[in-house]
Design a protein around this ligand. Structure first.
Ligand code: RP5
Length: 161
């Protein structure tokens, strides 16, 4: 299958959050590549990377950034492939800044914006897998099993008061 998912982080400081994405992709044995590139600090290199990644096998981009988080939108501006955005939780505004910057895209340039922080990072991987699962029975089957085990875990919860 190769490295079908490309993860881009605005900064190395985003890695703690993005490790949630990586863990899920590893669990599902789906190949990915990961790169630090910023919409503001390295705009030209970002555009080049997004344009060249599909030649190496990228089918879906996941972009994680915090603050004035232009990253996912700029990635989407440079590719027709699906782009999933992770708004990183920030110290100053708790990630509301990142969320709004990621989700409020102009018509014509869609970004699938996830929740702020680690839940969003986990869901970015699961959402990418759901897209791949449309065409890949192995992934669809594993996703089904993942949800089944989550359901079983919730239903087996005992509360002792
Ligand atoms: C964003 O600015 C990055 O995605 C990161 O979340 C935030 C802060 O970056 P650093 O100053 O920690 O490098 O572009």
């Amino acid at each position: 299958m190769g490295k079908v998912i490309s993860i881009i982080m605005g900064s190395r400081s985003d890695l703690e959050t993005v490790s949630e994405t990586i863990n899920v992709l590893r669990e599902f044995k789906v190949g990915f590549e990961i790169k630090v590139l910023s919409a503001h600090r390295t705009p030209k290199e970002l555009a080049r990377y997004v344009e060249e990644a599909p030649k190496r096998g990228t089918k879906i981009f996941i972009a994680a950034a915090g603050g004035a988080a232009a990253l996912a939108g700029v990635v989407a501006a440079h590719t027709p492939l699906p782009v999933i955005g992770i708004p990183i939780e920030t110290k100053s505004l708790k990630g509301l800044d990142s969320l709004l910057s990621t989700v409020q895209m102009p018509g014509g340039i869609p970004v699938a914006a996830m929740a702020i922080g680690k839940a969003g990072a986990k869901n970015a991987a699961l959402f990418a897998l759901a897209i791949l699962g449309i065409f890949d029975k192995r992934i669809a089957g594993k996703l089904g099993a993942y949800k089944k085990s989550m359901r079983a875990k919730v239903l087996s919860t005992k509360i002792k008061l």
